[in-house]
Design a protein around this ligand. Structure first.
Ligand SMILES: C[C@@H]1N[C@H](CNC(=O)CCc2c[nH]c3ccccc23)[C@@H](O)[C@H](O)[C@@H]1O
Length: 439
C-alpha cells in the first residue's frame, strides 16, 4: 500500500531516504544553458577558499554566473564581455545563439552509464531564469528559443532508457528575470533575491510543472526557497512524494526540510550519521568554462579519491559536467568519467550498495588514507595512497585474510600485533586506490 503524505511538516518528516539513493553513491550533475555560449569565468578560487564577499562575487569562477558577473559592471567577466560582444550586447541575446546543434541525448546517457553513475541531475532553470523545458509560465525557454527542444524531456527519456535515475535542479530563490540587483555578498544571495509573492507563486507553479511532467527521482533545489512561498512548501513536497514514491530532496529549502544535506566544494556540512551529498565541478566552475583546460581540472585519481572518501563517510558524489553550447562534452571531462567508470567496474562492489562502516577513516599522512565500507557482511578496506607507487600501512583491529578486488593489485597482507599490515607493491590499474575485501 503506497504511503500518502499530508501537506504537513509532521507527515513529511516520516519520509525515509529511498534505498536507490543510499545504494547509488555516484551521480552526474549537468549545468547547461545560455551561460554555456560565452563559457567564460576567471579561474580564481574554489567555493569556500575565500569569504563570499565582493571579491568573490566580482571575480566569480562559476561560468554559470556570467549574467551577474557582467551585471556588476566591472571585473574580468565584464571586461571579457565588452571586448568580445560589446557593451550593449544583452545576455538575453544568447538565447538565440544557443543551438545545441550537435546534441545527442542518447550519447550522453550512454556515457553516464559507462561512467558508473546511478543518477543524473540536470539544471532546468538556473539563476538566469532561462528554462530548459517548455514552461507554461515563461516563453524564456529552450522550446521557444535557441535549441527549440524540450531539453529536460529529451534527456530524461534517454537517461531512463539506460536505467539511470533522472533528477532535476531548480534555482528556487534566485531568478534574475524577476530581480537582478547585482549580487556582491551572501546576504544579497540568500535574502534579497526575488522578494515578491508573485515570484513565490512562479517558483511553486514551475516546480509543480516539473514534478507533474517529469516525475524526477531527485528534486535538487538550489540556494533557498522564496521566503514568501514557505507556506506552500509542505503542499509542494507532499505532492512531490505522493507523485514520486521514491523521490528525494536536498537541504536547500531555507533549512526547513531535507532528505540529505549537501556540501559544495568545501562549503556546507556533512556528518556520517545522516545521508549527505558532495557536489563540485571538475574545475572551479559548474557551467562550461572554455579556459578550464585538462591541466586545470581535477585529476582522475583525485576524483576517485573524492568518491571513495565521500562514500566511506555516508555521502554520495554528484560530480558535475559542463557541456559546450553545441551539445558536445569536452574531451577532458569525458576522459575523467570513463576512468571513474573503469575503476568502478573493478572495485564497485565496495561502493554500490555499501553502507558506512562503524570504522572511521584513518588519515596516516596527507597522501595516505584508509577508508572502510561494509556490504553483505563483508568489510572493505580502501587504501588511498595519492601519488605513490607503493605503500605499507598497518590497520589496527583487523584480522583474517584480505583479497584485493583488482587482480592486478600486487599486495602482501601480514598479521601484526592486533592488526593487519597491507604492503601494496603495485596498484595495477586502480589509480592508486587499492580495495580489499576482508572475509
Ligand atoms: C551547484 C551550484 N550551487 C550554487 C549555489 N551554492 C550555494 O549556495 C553553496 C552554499 C551551500 C552549501 N551547502 C548549502 C546548503 C544549503 C544552502 C546553501 C548551501 C550556484 O550558485 C552555482 O551556480 C551552482 O549551481
Amino acid at each position: 500500500m503506497k504511503k500518502r503524505y499530508a501537506s504537513t511538516w509532521e507527515s513529511l518528516k516520516e519520509h525515509q531516504v529511498p534505498k536507490w539513493y543510499e545504494d547509488g553513491k555516484f551521480g552526474i550533475f549537468i549545468h547547461w544553458g545560455l551561460y554555456s555560449v560565452p563559457a567564460f569565468a576567471p579561474q580564481t578560487w574554489e567555493l569556500g577558499e575565500v569569504p563570499p564577499d565582493e571579491t568573490w562575487f566580482s571575480n566569480n569562477p562559476y561560468a554559470e554566473w556570467y549574467y551577474n558577473s557582467i551585471n556588476v559592471g566591472y571585473g574580468p567577466s565584464y571586461d571579457y564581455h565588452v571586448q568580445k560582444y560589446g557593451k550593449d550586447f544583452k545576455y538575453e541575446q544568447f538565447a538565440d545563439m544557443w543551438k545545441a546543434e550537435k546534441w545527442n541525448p542518447a550519447e550522453w546517457a550512454r556515457l553516464f552509464k559507462k561512467a558508473g553513475a546511478e543518477y543524473v541531475v540536470l539544471t532546468t532553470k538556473h539563476h538566469d531564469g532561462f528554462c530548459l523545458f517548455p514552461s507554461e509560465y515563461t516563453d524564456y525557454n529552450a522550446w521557444r528559443r535557441g535549441p527549440q527542444r524540450d531539453i529536460v524531456g529529451d534527456l530524461t527519456d534517454a537517461v531512463r532508457e539506460e536505467k539511470l535515475r533522472m533528477g532535476l535542479y531548480y534555482s528556487g530563490i534566485v531568478d534574475w528575470t524577476f530581480a537582478d540587483d547585482p549580487i556582491l555578498n551572501n546576504e544579497d544571495l540568500f535574502h534579497t533575491a526575488s522578494p515578491t509573492f508573485a515570484y513565490a507563486d512562479y517558483a511553486y507553479n514551475q516546480s509543480m510543472e516539473l514534478i507533474d511532467r517529469y516525475a524526477p527521482s531527485v528534486f535538487w533545489n538550489d540556494i533557498g526557497w522564496p521566503r514568501q512561498g514557505e507556506q506552500n512548501l509542505p503542499y509542494l513536497l507532499s505532492h512531490y512524494y505522493n507523485t514520486v514514491e521514491d523521490g528525494v530532496v536536498n537541504d536547500r529549502f531555507n533549512d526547513l526540510f531535507h532528505d540529505f544535506t549537501t556540501k559544495e566544494y568545501q562549503s556546507g556540512s556533512a556528518n556520517r550519521r545522516e545521508k549527505w551529498e558532495m557536489c563540485r565541478g571538475m574545475g572551479l566552475s559548474f557551467g562550461y568554462n572554455a579556459m578550464e583546460s585538462d591541466d586545470k581540472i581535477i585529476s582522475i585519481e583525485d576524483a576517485i579519491s573524492l568518491l571513495v572518501s565521500t562514500v566511506a563517510n555516508n555521502g554520495n558524489l554528484l560530480l558535475n559536467i559542463g557541456p559546450r553550447a553545441d551539445g558536445t562534452i569536452p574531451e577532458e571531462q569525458e576522459k575523467r568519467l570513463l576512468a571513474i567508470g573503469e575503476w568502478l567496474r573493478v572495485n564497485g562492489e565496495a561502493i554500490y550498495g555499501s553502507r558506512c562502516s562503524s570504522r572511521e577513516s584513518i588519515k596516516y599522512t596527507d597522501q595516505i588514507q584508509v577508508h572502510f565500507t561494509e556490504r553483505e557482511g563483508a568489510l572493505y578496506v580502501l587504501i588511498d595512497a595519492k601519488g605513490r607507487s607503493q605503500v605499507a600501512v598497518t590497520v589496527p583491529g583487523l584480522r583474517g585474510n584480505a583479497i584485493p578486488l583488482d587482480p592486478e593489485v600486487d599486495a602482501e597482507i601480514t598479521a601484526v600485533d592486533g592488526g593487519l599490515c597491507f604492503t601494496v607493491k603495485n596498484f595495477g590499474s586502480s589509480q592508486n586506490i587499492a580495495v580489499f575485501r576482508l572475509n
